[in-house]
Design a protein. Structure first.
Length: 391
């Protein structure tokens, strides 16, 4: 029997219009980085998000790095960062030779715990290590509790970088995710809700700062006919061809969000009543873009671990993943300071131990999703029967 086709976690989903922008770039020979597509993509995204300005760069990671540079993060400085996230949120802290301090999640949004943040700021400030910046991540398309987090950061006068790589188009109290901090960051990596195959965007209401970001991102070239440089530069700008892909993708972003929310709804209807399965919550007054449908399982109740389910799906050629491994547990960040949600509860570790991400692409067909659902039901049922037999 032919193996069923592979179902990916979050594959690219082209609209068909991308080629038009790419052709235009070729016809006008705007192959170089920068050009009219880059300018237009920046303008269109800023408008979509409701911010004054946006700078297109080569990746979300580059955008985070530039934000840290703009906030003058240097060797030996402290930067706070959500622990439950992809490594790219914190790698740029190391690029600058600064020290990350990791902050736990809270259970309502899975994002940064205001309680842990407050304890961390008080404790680190007392130790003479007031953070230069706080990187708040909006995980899997869900905004963090921005009001509570911003109140703390503003009180201590610490600027916020919002890592909205996964939450483009999501909203918090009617405003787009990624527009709450001093800087916001989006990613157009291949697995994100829209993609340029690789790329990112730095957004802010501080147009001067973004002008400086563009300067740093193009090798920090001083205004002189000869090539003169007084500062370290990066080569981080987006290519005009890829920006064309981004423009076409941005046009369908709201459709992509709707499609992913539909995927989530179907999973929830089919699996939400199983004892031992709980879906990632949605904060009140927010719009979750459901970039990935994620759930946690009660291993005792189900007689299964997340890895059991992930392996069973892999056997059926279906890609599922555990929830991000918290950064304070990563070998790369061994020894980094970590502040848990409460003195007895580490929410990011709980989520890592119990969480699963299901295939969530906006181009996932209903038949494919049915295959995923049947497979999850199958493995739960098999285990239940085994337990019944043994009992
Ligand atoms: C994808 C991602 C990034 C990095 O974006 P790239 O464009 O791949 O560099 C940063 N943070 C989070 C939370 C991400 O998911």
């Amino acid at each position: 029997m032919a193996e069923p086709s592979k179902i990916f976690l979050s594959p690219p989903h082209m609209s068909g219009e991308e080629q038009k922008y790419i052709n235009e770039a070729f016809q006008t020979n705007w192959i170089a980085p920068l050009g009219p597509n880059v300018d237009a993509f920046e303008k269109e995204l800023a408008e979509y998000a409701g911010v004054r300005d946006a700078a297109a760069v080569s990746s979300g990671t580059a955008a985070i790095h530039l934000a840290l540079r703009l906030l003058d993060v240097q060797q030996g400085d402290t930067v706070f960062c959500s622990s439950l996230t992809f490594v790219a949120s914190a790698n740029p802290i190391l690029y600058q030779g600064a020290e990350p301090v990791f902050i736990d999640s809270e259970p309502d949004s899975w994002n940064m715990s205001p309680d842990a943040l407050e304890r961390a700021i008080v404790r680190e400030t007392t130790a003479g290590k007031r953070p230069k910046a706080v990187i708040i991540v909006n995980l899997y398309g869900q905004s963090a509790k921005m009001n509570e987090l911003l109140a703390i950061c503003n009180h201590y006068n610490v600027p916020v970088i919002e890592d909205a790589a996964e939450s483009l188009g999501a909203e918090y109290q009617g405003r787009k995710s990624g527009t709450f901090g001093k800087f916001g960051v989006y990613s157009f990596n291949g697995n994100k809700i829209i993609t340029t195959s690789g790329g990112g965007m730095l957004v802010s209401n501080d147009e001067e700062a973004l002008q400086r970001a563009r300067f740093l991102a193009t090798q920090a070239r001083d205004p002189a006919a000869h090539y003169q440089h007084s500062q370290i530069g990066n080569n981080y700008r987006m290519s005009n061809i890829l920006a064309g892909v981004g423009r076409a993708q941005l046009k369908v972003l709201d459709e992509r969000i709707k499609a992913r929310q539909e995927v989530f709804k179907r999973y929830k209807e089919a699996l939400g009543n199983i004892d031992g399965i709980t879906f990632m919550p949605e904060l009140q007054n927010t719009l979750h873009n459901r970039w990935l449908t994620t759930l946690t399982i009660d291993s005792e109740m189900l007689g299964l671990t997340p890895i059991d389910i992930i392996n069973a799906l892999a056997d059926k050629n279906i890609e599922a993943r555990p929830v991000w491994k918290p950064l304070h547990l990563q070998p790369l960040f061994k020894g980094a300071v970590y502040f848990s949600h409460t003195s007895t509860r580490s929410v990011s570790e709980e989520l890592f131990n119990t969480g699963i991400c299901l295939p969530s692409g906006s181009n996932l067909t209903e038949e494919q999703q049915e295959r995923v659902i049947e497979s999850v039901l199958g493995v739960c049922q098999t285990r239940k029967n085994l337990i019944l037999q043994k009992g």
